[in-house]
Design a protein around this ligand. Structure first.
Ligand SMILES: C[S@@+](CC[C@H](N)C(=O)[O-])C[C@H]1O[C@@H](n2cnc3c(N)ncnc32)[C@H](O)[C@@H]1O
Length: 220
């Protein structure tokens, strides 16, 4: 039988020494992740090399806005790996609006998450948030898009974040400018973010992801 402990991150468990979430879709796997069973409960192992949010936990992130029943706007959903773990954490009565502009990735996400009723796939460009006005108001905004205008996309989408809500971004320096040193880019991005949010914490995601800065912020 697996040894299961709570962690300080709501909805995230330590199962035999690995981070995992309690699946709301038992029997289904998103990317071939390992499954640990405890009676009829199924825990999905969360790999920090496949998910920047999990990497941020491994790096000791202090901010953790995720809880049961909340609403999340997720930009850069890809085929739904991190989306599926957040979907487990927020539970069936939460909502995660998953924005992705690649039709192929979106097709995979829809197929993999079809039994997850809390995942709302949105095929759209996150640069045009007015296209998904029905999102209305969310508790958490998360972005992982690897684009040159990453921070502007976050700022534009913060229109949907409630006051006091938490925004998180994984900034990929190589997508912004390969000629500058990552830390020069991080400084510029942080200056811009600080004009729009209260910065709560920031740290690099190595060794899980190279050239990525993770920033957690609060909407003023
Ligand atoms: C690094 S991958 C995201 C991985 C995903 N967050 C995960 O952890 O499972 C970046 C994704 O952002 C998407 N993307 C990039 N620019 C976008 C935009 N402007 N609007 C929507 N999606 C975008 C890409 O198609 C790609 O699937």
């Amino acid at each position: 039988m697996a040894n299961i402990k709570n962690t300080k991150y709501y909805g995230v468990y330590n199962v035999d020494g690995k981070l995992a979430t309690l699946s709301i879709d038992p029997g289904a796997r998103i990317h071939g992740e390992a499954i640990m069973r405890d009676g009829n409960k199924e825990y999905r192992v969360w790999d920090p090399n496949r998910s920047k949010l999990c990497a941020a936990i491994k790096k000791g992130m202090k901010t953790w806005p995720f809880k049961k029943d909340i609403k999340v706007l997720y930009l850069g959903a890809a085929s739904g790996v991190t989306v599926s773990f957040i979907s487990d954490i927020i539970g069936e009565n939460g909502k995660i609006f998953a924005v992705e502009f690649s039709p192929n990735s979106m097709r995979d996400l829809v197929l993999r998450c079809e039994n997850r009723k809390n995942v709302w796939p949105i095929l759209a460009d996150a640069r045009l948030p007015e296209k998904y006005g029905f999102v209305n108001e969310v508790d958490v905004l998360f972005e992982d898009v690897a684009q040159p205008d990453q921070e502007r996309i976050l700022i534009e989408n913060a229109r949907y974040l409630k006051r006091g809500g938490v925004a998180m971004i994984a900034v990929k320096s190589q997508s912004i400018d390969v000629r500058l040193k990552p830390r020069e880019i991080y400084k510029k991005v942080l200056d811009s973010l600080a004009r729009n949010f209260e910065i709560l914490e920031r740290f690099e995601l190595d060794p899980f992801e190279k050239h990525h800065l993770f920033v957690a912020m609060r909407k003023k």
